[in-house]
Ligand binder design. Structure first.
Ligand code: AP5
Length: 215
């Protein structure tokens, strides 16, 4: 009999801590992390046609067209790693159409995690975020400073982490989240993300363990 693998969607507003929790989830459960935001930024950086098309939307903090992200997700899900070890989908679905596309691809999660964080906290987190271009690790000027001077010097700021763009990203989030979470009510676990990352993770891990035990 084929072993069931974890199939997790992690959702929450911009700066709610999805990427941070995903690092912990991958370390503990060894599943394939698929971040549509990271994949899109990679396309933009490498100048692919898809990246050229997505760039302007991302720069404004708008959602990129559904068919672009659906294509990215499909390609990532077809990897052996995702099929064998399970998947952690981060940043998708963000619209009802994306939910429907996942269903059509038979990508049904056994858990939908929603990180709940107030808007003003998400704003402060995103505006202070820094990323290490070498290790891809995420830091924060106040909450998670770089561990060495050498790392601190090479950190970069995401171009959509400004007050103006975050205001739009937060608005986009509120516009769409009910339609998205409404597709997964029976799988949904809402987690208070307005705590330290190490205090949030035990709840995330419990929800994953419980969803696996149900099968
Ligand atoms: P995406 O990359 O998905 O960005 P996002 O959803 O806006 O989320 P972020 O990456 O900003 O935040 P996060 O929740 O991962 O938080 P993090 O852990 O880094 O999307 C970017 C763009 O791509 C979109 O605007 C859109 O244009 C496009 N896009 C992507 N997917 C799409 C889709 N499906 N459809 C259409 N368009 C799509 O944490 C943030 C900061 O806070 C960090 O500095 C971290 O160190 C700190 N921090 C984290 N947790 C805590 C904590 N508990 N306490 C204190 N600080 C914390």
């Amino acid at each position: 009999q084929k072993k069931e693998v974890p199939k997790i969607i992690i959702s929450g507003g911009p700066g709610s801590g999805k990427g941070t929790q995903c690092e912990n989830i991958v370390a503990k459960y060894g599943i394939k992390h698929i971040s549509t935001g990271d994949a899109l930024r990679h396309h933009v950086k490498t100048g692919t046609n898809l990246g050229k098309e997505a760039k302007a939307y991302m720069e404004r903090g708008d959602l990129v067209p559904d068919e672009l992200v659906i294509g990215i997700c499909k390609a990532e899900m077809e990897t052996t790693e995702a099929k064998k070890n399970g998947w952690l989908l981060d940043g998708m679905p963000r619209t009802k159409k994306q939910c429907e596309a996942l269903e059509q691809m038979n990508l049904v999660p056994n858990l939908f995690l929603l990180l709940d964080v107030p808007d003003q906290v998400m704003m402060e987190r995103a505006c202070g975020r820094r990323q290490d271009p070498v290790t891809r690790k995420i830091y924060h000027v106040k909450y998670k400073p770089a561990p060495t001077e050498e790392i601190a010097k090479r950190l970069i700021i995401r171009s959509d982490d400004t007050v103006e763009k975050m205001t739009n990203r937060i608005a986009q989030y509120h516009k769409n989240i009910d339609a998205v979470s409404g597709s997964y009510t029976d799988k949904m676990v809402v987690i208070d993300g307005n705590r330290k990352p190490d205090d949030v993770f035990p709840d995330v891990a419990s929800a994953i363990d419980a969803s696996m035990a149900k099968k």
